[in-house]
Ligand binder design. Structure first.
Ligand SMILES: C[S@@+](CC[C@H](N)C(=O)[O-])C[C@H]1O[C@@H](n2cnc3c(N)ncnc32)[C@H](O)[C@@H]1O
Length: 257
């Protein structure tokens, strides 16, 4: 049965450019097997043949493999550290920061960055490039409508200033929306821009194999300007940051030397 999953990986890569072999196999296979079984297919190749014919099934598969969970100010203590100890040095002498929110999911992360920066910059001077592999997640980010639970860490003043309540949902204001440009980007296959002041990439590298993760870290290190900062998720520390010419001003933050 192992070959069946390997064949599936090849077919998906050819059709979508997504290389499931670069994601931790045990976790990914478990997630996809549950879904496949639920839809009544007994092997991956017949599941693939059905995905090819049925868009809904295909999007359900993409949804399952991408894991879009996010929230505003996720791990809010880390954002406090960002604001108090990292941002001041990034802002030194910079009129405008070049920022990338990589694997941004449904937009909570880039909008959080914009809200934090709004205390220091005119909104016209804030641009965040936000990317994800999943275009459905990007569509939801652009739409900017969230359930209350996504906002539980949002400071009261920001909630008042930048959200409109509509029934049970909250819509992010156009002023904040305008700070963020979205595009599709696959961290495992596409090229990276350079000269970033700040790259935020959280809660996706945990799903990648060690090798894939190390390649992505090296790409991020290359994409930063000198003294630029990479902000990673809570279980995503880099083991040998020195080898990538990165120093560690705070846990989960890496500065390019
Ligand atoms: C758990 S969410 C993280 C969202 C946000 N960064 C946060 O920390 O709340 C993981 C995101 O990674 C995206 N993703 C998975 N594989 C990717 C890849 N190869 N390239 C870019 N994004 C990817 C998924 O589509 C998903 O939106």
């Amino acid at each position: 049965m192992k070959e069946d999953y390997v064949d599936f990986i090849d077919l998906i890569k050819t059709r979508t450019g997504i290389d499931l072999a670069q994601y931790k196999e045990k976790q990914m296979k478990r997630r996809l097997t549950t879904l496949r079984d639920k839809r009544g297919f007994k092997d991956f190749v017949s599941y693939y043949n059905a995905l090819k014919m049925d868009d809904d099934l295909f999007h359900e598969f993409l949804d399952r493999m991408t894991i879009n969970v996010s929230e505003f100010y996720r791990n809010s203590k880390r954002w406090e550290i960002f604001r108090n100890s990292i941002l001041p040095s990034l802002m030194e002498g910079q009129r405008k920061l070049k920022i990338w929110s990589a694997a941004c999911s449904t937009g909570e992360e880039p909008y959080t960055i914009a809200m934090i920066l709004s205390d220091y910059y005119d909104l016209d001077n804030i641009t965040i490039h936000a990317t994800d592999i999943d275009t459905h997640a990007i569509d939801r980010a652009k739409n900017g409508v969230y359930p209350e639970r996504s906002l539980k860490e949002v400071p009261e003043d920001k909630k008042k200033a930048f959200f409109n309540k509509n029934g049970a949902f909250y819509e992010i204001s156009d002023q904040i929306k305008k700070c963020v440009n979205y595009s599709k980007h696959n961290l495992l296959a596409d090229s990276y821009e350079s000269s970033y002041d700040l790259i935020v990439c959280r809660n996706v590298l945990i799903y990648f194999t060690e090798e894939a993760k190390n390649n992505v870290y090296a790409n991020f290190a290359n994409a930063l300007r000198k003294d630029g900062v990479l902000f990673v998720g809570s279980t995503e520390q880099i083991f040998h940051p020195q080898s990538l010419n990165l120093e560690v001003p705070e846990t989960f933050f890496y500065r390019k030397k």
